[in-house]
Structure formats: C-alpha cells, structure tokens
Design a protein around this ligand. Structure first.
Ligand code: PEP
Ligand code: MG
Length: 324
C-alpha cells in the first residue's frame, strides 16, 4: 500500500469526479520542508513559528527569523506558505518571557492577545516575515482571533510595519494574503462578518473543539468530549466554509481533523478548499480522495447535519464512504 501511495507524490489532489482541493502540510521548523516535498505537499498550511522562540534563552532576532522564513519560502518554490504569527501562552511557555500565573492559561493571555499587547515582539516578527515575503508565496495568519477588532488591530500593525519597511527602501511582496485561524467559537459564529475582511480562514480544530465542548484538550479525564465529528463542530465548520465562499475567499483547516480519514469525506462534502496535516498523512489522504465522489459526499451533508451524536456521524461515514 505504501508503494501505491508513493506513486501519488507528484499527482494533484482530486476526487474521483474531478474536484480539486489543496493538500498541504503543517510544519514547525524549516527542516520539516524535506518531508513536505517528499510526500507531495502542495503547500504549507500551517507554519507554527513558536518553535523559533522555544528551547532558547532569548527572543529570536529579526535576522534569525528572516532567515528561517526565507528558507521555507524558497524551498517551497512559489507554493503557498501560511505562516502563523506567534502563538505562545496556553500550554506553550517561554523561559525568558515570564508570564503571570493564570487560573486558566488556555483562556488567558496568549497568542494574538499577547502580541497585540507586547507589540515589540509582534512587530519584529512581522518585519522578518514581510522582508522574507519576496522569496515566495507568503500568507500571514493570526492565531486565536476572538473578535473582529482583534483582527483589524493585527492587520493594522502588519500594514504599519509594511509602510515602515517601504520607507526604509525594503521591498515587500504586494500579493501577501492576510487571514486568520478560526479556533474560537465566537469567530466561527461571526464568520460571515470576518469573511468580508480576511483573505482566508484556516480552521484550528484542536482549539475549536476544546473551546466549543469546554473540554481541555490535554485532560484525559474529559477526552471523551473531544469529538471532531460532533454535529456542533460540523455545524461551525460548515458556517465558516460557507461564509468564506460567499465572499469569494478560501477556507482551509490545519487542526488534526484535517488529516482524519473519517472527517475527510465530510470536509470534502462541505467544500473545504485546503487540508493541512502532518506531511506523513498527505499520500494517504490523496489516495482516499481519489476514490471519493465529491458529489456523493455533498449530497450526504444534509443528512449528516441532522444527526444527534458524533457516533452516528462516524457510523454513517464509515458505512457510506469507507467500505473497501
Ligand atoms: C489548532 O488549534 O487546531 C491548531 C492548529 O493550532 P495548535 O494545535 O498549534 O493550537
Ligand atoms: Mg490552536
């Protein structure tokens, strides 16, 4: 089976009835690009930049970051690269950036909240990113956006940094897309409004499920509530995809659910444009996609959306789309 999959490395990703999607990869470091290319990733759907900041004793400089972003963009050779700005806090801590103890770190001072507050850190990263933008197809994505104002503020900082660079005579790409992660239920519910202002959405199901179900993604005792196929999650995902398409924007997914074989037929039916997963899952997903009829998955959505439980959804998908 592995040998069969390997043949798909250079094929495009399409369903049996010719519907194209993008199968992209999640990466943490520039070294991860080797695997992305080997497994035929059509882009990077999530570059988790936190790793540049972790395992060291000071903030990475603008120059260090610029080098990392440039390498990734160059190696991807014009294919889309979605870079997520710093998502620290919650479960990820930095030794040199002591944050006050919080009762609920996952509901606390993290990601875009911290970046909008500590603007020096944010601006340094954005300078590095925008300088690197001329080396490839950069898309910038903000994490943990809860309100339209946060997105507007983050975008305004980016545009201000861009103007600053241009004043210094530094070239910045004019085609950078600016998008956001949808990983907080408020932003999924407000997706129709957000869609007018963003260039794209990427659904972060790891957090979206945690926040929707009020179940800590790290806590074993409540892991039974961590249900990607729960109709509540599917409805939010549907809202986000539909809202994006209504405004002519694209919607991707970069949480674990994007690489899940039970979720794939549903996401195909819902019209997800980009699936970003671990590089090692791409060929399996491409092979599965090839055997699915987009039209049939689309026709199943109405029925799936009337179901009451995650188990019902899973049983239905296995019966209709996974019988081999
Ligand atoms: C997510 O929340 O789904 C996501 C992709 O981000 P992370 O797992 O880094 O929180
Ligand atoms: Mg997240």
């Amino acid at each position: 089976q592995k040998a069969e999959w390997a043949k798909l490395a250079h094929e495009s990703s399409q369903s049996a009835d010719g519907h194209h999607v993008e199968l992209a990869a999640n990466i943490g470091t520039p070294e991860d690009i080797t695997a992305v290319l080997e497994y035929g990733g059509e882009g990077v759907g999530l570059y988790r930049t936190e790793f540049l900041y972790m395992g060291r004793d000071a903030l990475p400089t603008e120059e260090e970051q610029f080098e990392a972003y440039k390498v990734v963009l160059e190696k991807m050779d014009g294919k889309p690269v979605v870079v997520r700005t710093l998502d620290i806090g919650g479960d990820k801590e930095l030794p040199y950036l002591p944050l006050p103890h919080e009762m609920n770190p996952f509901l606390g001072y993290r990601a875009i909240r911290l970046c909008l507050d500590e603007q020096t850190i944010f601006r340094t990263q954005l300078r590095a990113l925008l300088r690197a933008s001329v080396y490839g197809n950069l898309k910038v994505m903000f994490p943990m956006i809860a309100t339209v104002n946060e997105f507007r503020q983050a975008k305004a900082v980016l545009l201000d940094v861009k103007a600053e660079l241009q004043q210094e005579g530094i070239k910045v790409s004019e085609t950078i897309e600016i998008g956001m992660m949808v990983e907080i239920p408020s932003s999924a519910v407000m997706a129709d409004i957000f869609a007018k202002e963003v260039d794209f959405f990427s659904i972060g199901t790891n957090d979206l499920i945690q926040y929707t179900m009020a179940a800590d993604r790290m806590n074993e005792r409540v892991s039974y509530l961590y249900q990607p196929y729960n109709p509540a999650i599917l409805k939010l995902v549907q809202m986000v995809i539909d809202a994006a398409h209504k405004e002519g924007k694209w919607a991707g997914m970069c949480g674990e659910m994007a690489g899940d074989e039970v979720a794939l037929p549903i996401l195909l039916g819902l019209g997800l444009d980009e699936f970003s997963m671990s590089a090692t899952s791409i060929l399996r997903a491409r092979s599965q996609l090839k055997q699915l009829s987009r039209e049939q998955t689309q026709a199943a959505i109405a029925e799936i959306m009337t179901m009451a439980t995650a188990d019902e959804v899973e049983a239905y998908v296995r019966e209709h789309f996974m019988t081999k």
